[in-house]
Design a protein around this ligand. Sequence first.
Ligand code: SAM
Ligand code: SF4
Length: 529
Amino acid sequence: MGRLEFTSAFQRKMSYNICVGSFPHRVGEEVQRDPIRETSSPSSVAVAIRRAGAKKITTEVLEAVETPPAPFEGEPAPTPKVLVKSYGCQMNVYDATRMADLLGREGYAETSSEEDADLVILNTCHIREKAAEKIYSELGKLAIAKRALNARGRDMKIVVAGCVAQAEGEEVLKRQRAVDLVVGPQSYHRLPELLREAKSGARVADTNFAVEDKFRALPAPSRAQIRARGVSAFVTVQEGCDKFCSFCVVPYTRGAEASRPVAEIIAETERLMDAGVCEITLIGQNVNAYRGLDARGRETTLALLLERLAQIEGLTRLRYTTSHPVDMAQALIDAHGAIPKLMPYVHLPVQSGSDHILKAMNRKHDADAYLSIAESLRKARSDVALSSDFIVGFPGESDADFEATMALARAVGFASSFSFKYSPRPGTPAADREDQIEEHVKSERLAALQALLEAQRQAFNAAMVGREIDVLFEKPGRREGQIAGKSPYMQAVHAEGSIEHIGRDVKVKIIAAGSNSLSARLMSEEAKA
Ligand code: SAM
Ligand code: SF4
């Protein structure tokens, strides 16, 4: 085994951080030239440590560091680490980043490793039975990890957040003894004080729909936090749902529809832009039901909000998700023709193509209404593409109902879609119906629908070949000299190009379509060819 000599406590700590692959930004930029992984050769670890500031390396051979060194006397306690794991929708992804920002202010550093974490937060999804059950199996594994850590004299706090927390509350504490804290999606701004209670031994469940404004209570992320997350970001503009589709738990777990004021959304967007973000996706359970107040206290629509945001300098792409067909106002459809920054891609869940099932689902529109929205969107902007959500096997769904769903999918032609077997959720009206569909029928229908939707996705990708489009490059590609980004239609695109293009919309020509990504050539290179 080799030995490394340090002249300060900081250098010793850094060697540990570098060897396990997590390091502060101050030296990160240096080390990123030769990222350190568990498999990195001892000499590359040594080089990275030298770059990071170690004065003297007595040998180039280092043994992997398995446990953190004991702190030097007088050295501050090691930074606690938090791992936030998110499940389900984009709202949860957004909430997870806000929790990490909040805990950053409390001195926590983010980690992606469970072993490293002093605090693990599962930000959960309750939409289908499988999603909820997955959380309990994850908690089972965490409980074992926690016991092993406790045996080594360390602790790990486990928090259940999100919709399972909201729906099951204290039940989670009863079902899994290792859980310290349960916090609902409207209460997570209270995490710091709840964690203090948990540290003094209390096991707490807070699932109140808080009266105070959660967003105002949350601290803004730092520039470094924003930068670390890339050039594309979510901004929540609306939460909750008043639609009460008969299959869905969201109105019970996320509460009533509420919109954030325009000024708050603009301020958050400008802060993101200022730190280098250039693509914003506005999110909400029913984003197009947005009715936030403007500076004069008047209700604003999503179309007006998009128009206002499009004026922000530095912002190149705008998106919004998820929309409900009944809130697809003509002004919003027209915005697709009027705002070039608004991407020509709309996620518009339809669930079923059968009027009889749509009625039983309480969707408040029929198949024709959906088809006419699709047509209007394409009229407003001819290159608009649609994606959707489908549910098969809703109670009472006949073969003819299912055929109507297939017919609607054929008529629209989707660029991409999510499709699910109906999952009865306790407390929702459809779960109590006696005409539940047999599991094997649901499986057969799902397979048939998914085959059709997958063929449509592949056809849409293949039709991109030869097109000249803008791609927002986001990161280096897998291969040296490659960069990777997203098309306006959220397709993964890679091209040969320098990292200078990252963070910019670049004109490319699509030269090939794979099953999950597109290959492109930069137009600047195309001109030379
Ligand atoms: N608000 C969106 C809308 O109106 O369509 C959907 C939000 S929900 C979080 C996402 C998708 O989950 C739904 O579009 C639906 O397809 C699916 N989903 C919701 N409840 C379900 C259930 N009980 N069984 C199967 N899929 C379900
Ligand atoms: Fe659920 Fe329907 Fe509300 Fe969408 S609109 S979140 S599917 S209840």
